[in-house]
Ligand binder design. Structure first.
Ligand code: WTA
Length: 652
């Protein structure tokens, strides 16, 4: 990378110089953690301001936090930055310039590597390509891609020019994609001709074509298509542009667009209690501050590490711990395109051995799946390079945790169980490896500066071991800034439960005598299947689109592999036959409307859906029925008792 290029990115108008090398070797020990807690407890704004200084700022902020218009927080007010400077430019001229930023393996075994300098160049060229398509600061861009390095390039290219990206997981259907494009008013879609999954091609471009058909998304003016599979696909004249026809031809540098600290870096859709997903909005300065800090601290990143977070970029974990956090920390980031057990069950372990992965962060579902496959697959590989393991939520059976520790971690790797959400932007409650004494099943304690608590219905703190609602009592930098286009929903969902004072996470929890948090799952109508958050109403809305269905009620039951599984109770329209054919139709309906991952594990027919007198679906009762087949407790508010009797008697 030439000197002039570095200067053109970093040299001008900077009000203060950031530390040259930062990020690696956080070296957090018990003393430093203690100090951090003390500092955050005595002056949290000072604490966060210090954390923010780990980023590259173009203009320093004048006010650390503005919390005068609750629940709308503003962090680092008046500050200006570009997220990509902290992820890329910052490493130029340091030992990291030629360090591997992304080490990628395709499902077919092809390997690609990008140094930080190469990644910067590619991001600049992609950013210029976006500009040439008329994309500018403030525009929204949908990204619907496989897990190839270009998905990270696409995200960063948007950030480079101040466009707000909305990544839609490649497993979502054309309908889900269309809803999200429409909601955010995206001007462009970045996609691929296809992606590989279990040896088959996932038809991403076809889904984009379907989503945009009949002028359903009039805001979209162009579609940028990365060629991954080289299969024949139709290109729409005047709308579709091949990545390889425009990106490599662009200028290799692109001046970063400096944005206000509060500028929306991205929108990420997540499920709530209604049929319509929420566009969770994240800021730039605050989000990046927490992404960098948590990535460094929780994974104790060192320069020699090869770090692998297995999440897809379509989820928040893929934003914070595949893209922004590790790159800002200057890590070597391993990425894998395909299915975990393809072509053989030991695929993950062979890649850990081959690439000397030292930090491995995955979902409990994956762990449970592998455990079922036996010990011999991991044991066939030398995984001595591993030194740290992580999960988002402990596997819900202790055997799986023991297995992870013993068979994968060789009994020498600490496990970090991290609690957080799409809305929190980054990890909130977690042990720090080698510092916090862990207990299996708990995410332990909140990080410094995170005022998490468990409270009762009236907002008072629960006693030791008393179950209650998980809340955060003070703002933190990477908190959700809003629901795209729906202020009321933002206020109602997260703030109104406790009169606008506390952020309500939607999870139940209890705190033990050591102040450790035990997460007890969602208290709302959201289910978590294989780590994918889904609203029960979303699935219900998809089911009732079927012409033979009058009503549907969806609940979850515990599942050994996926954590939770979806059980749907459906009432066919009079005269329609409730049989296997209809069941199959309904499964296909859900896959089409939401995506294959949302397919119910079980569909049960009922002559009516049990409701309270006020018309609310009696989910608790259905949940019990779905998990155990029995109904207990007070059912006096039921509208139709025969319904329950019928359900109870019905055999699958
Ligand atoms: C659940 C994923 C138990 C929780 C990063 C939360 C957890 C939801 C844990 C967020 C944990 C997350 N233990 N449950 N350590 N961490 N969860 O938005 O119910 O996809 O509300 O973000 O996952 O899911 P989301």
């Amino acid at each position: 990378m030439s000197d002039t290029l570095i200067q053109s990115h970093l040299g001008e108008n900077r009000s203060f110089d950031p530390p040259k090398q930062f990020g690696s070797a956080a070296n957090i020990n018990a003393d430093r953690l203690q100090q951090a807690h003390q500092s955050a407890d005595s002056d949290s704004q000072k604490y966060w301001a210090e954390a923010a200084r780990d980023l590259v700022w173009h203009r320093e902020w004048t006010q650390t936090l503005d919390w005068s218009r609750k629940p709308y927080a503003k962090w680092f007010v008046g500050g200006e930055l570009n997220a990509t400077e902290s992820c890329l430019d910052r490493h130029m001229g340091t030992a990291r310039e030629n360090k591997t930023a992304i080490l990628w393996e395709g499902e077919g075994g092809d390997v690609r590597e990008y140094s930080y300098a190469q990644l910067l160049q590619e991001v600049c060229q992609a950013a210029n390509a976006l500009k040439s398509q008329g994309i500018a600061k403030g525009d929204r861009v949908a990204i619907y891609m496989p897990m190839v390095p270009e998905i990270v390039v696409a995200m960063l290219a948007c950030a480079r020019i101040g466009a707000t990206h909305s990544v839609v997981f490649g497993g979502f259907s054309a309908e889900s994609l269309r809803d999200r494009i429409q909601d955010a008013g995206c001007k462009m879609v970045i996609t691929a001709d296809g992606g590989y999954r279990k040896g088959k091609i996932v038809e991403l471009k076809k889904a984009v074509d379907d989503a945009l058909a009949d002028n359903a998304c009039p805001t979209v003016t162009s579609v940028l298509v990365y060629q991954r599979t080289a299969q024949e696909i139709p290109m729409v004249e005047g709308r579709d542009v091949w990545w390889h026809d425009t990106v490599p031809q662009q200028e290799m540098s692109c001046h970063p667009e400096y944005v206000d600290s509060e500028h929306p870096l991205f929108i990420l859709y997540t499920s709530g209690t209604t049929g319509k997903p929420k566009g969770v909005v994240h800021s730039t300065g605050g989000y990046m501050t927490h992404a960098l800090r948590t990535c460094n601290w929780v994974f104790d990143l060192k320069d020699e590490d090869v770090y692998w977070c297995t999440a897809d970029a379509g989820w928040i974990t893929g934003h914070t711990y595949v893209t922004y956090g590790p790159l800002a920390a200057g890590a070597t980031n391993f990425m894998y395109e395909g299915a975990p057990t393809y072509p053989t069950p030991d695929r993950f372990w062979s890649m850990i051995a081959k690439h000397d992965v030292s930090i491995f962060y995955t979902a409990p579902t994956a762990i449970r799946t592998f455990m079922r496959l036996g010990d011999q697959h991991p044991q066939a590989h030398d995984m001595d390079s591993l030194r740290l393991l992580g999960t988002v939520g402990e596997p819900n059976n202790p055997e799986a945790r023991t297995w992870y520790h013993k068979v994968i971690g060789g009994e020498r790797c600490p496990i970090v169980d991290t609690w957080w959400q799409t809305e929190t932007g980054g990890i909130m409650i977690t042990p720090l490896p080698g510092v916090t004494a862990t207990k299996p099943g708990t995410a332990t304690r909140p990080l410094p500066g995170i005022a998490a608590d468990v409270v009762r219905e009236d907002g008072t703190s629960c006693d030791v071991d008393e179950g209650g609602y998980l809340v955060v009592k003070e703002p933190w930098p990477s908190m959700i800034r809003g629901v795209w286009g729906d202020e009321q929903r933002f206020v109602d969902t997260y703030w109104n439960k406790f009169d606008g004072n506390y952020y309500f996470a939607g999870d139940g929890a209890r705190k033990d005598k050591d102040g450790y948090f035990w997460i007890m799952g969602r208290v709302d109508d959201v289910v978590n299947v294989s780590g994918h958050r889904l609203g029960t109403m979303e699935v219900e809305s998809a089911l009732v689109k079927h012409p033979s269905i009058a009503e549907a009620a969806v609940v979850s039951r515990p599942d050994e592999i996926t954590g939770e599984a979806i059980v749907a109770f459906v009432t066919p329209i009079q005269g329609k036959e409730a049989g296997e054919a209809l069941k199959n139709d309904l499964m296909a309906m859900v896959a089409k409307e939401i995506g294959a991952f949302a397919r119910p594990a079980q569909i049960r027919f009922a002559n009516a859906v049990p409701k309270t007198r006020s018309g609310k679906i009696m989910r608790r009762l259905l949940r019990e029925l779905a998990s155990s087949g029995t109904v207990t407790g007070d059912t006096t508010t039921l509208e139709d008792f025969s319904v329950i009797a019928n359900l109870r008697d019905e055999e699958e």
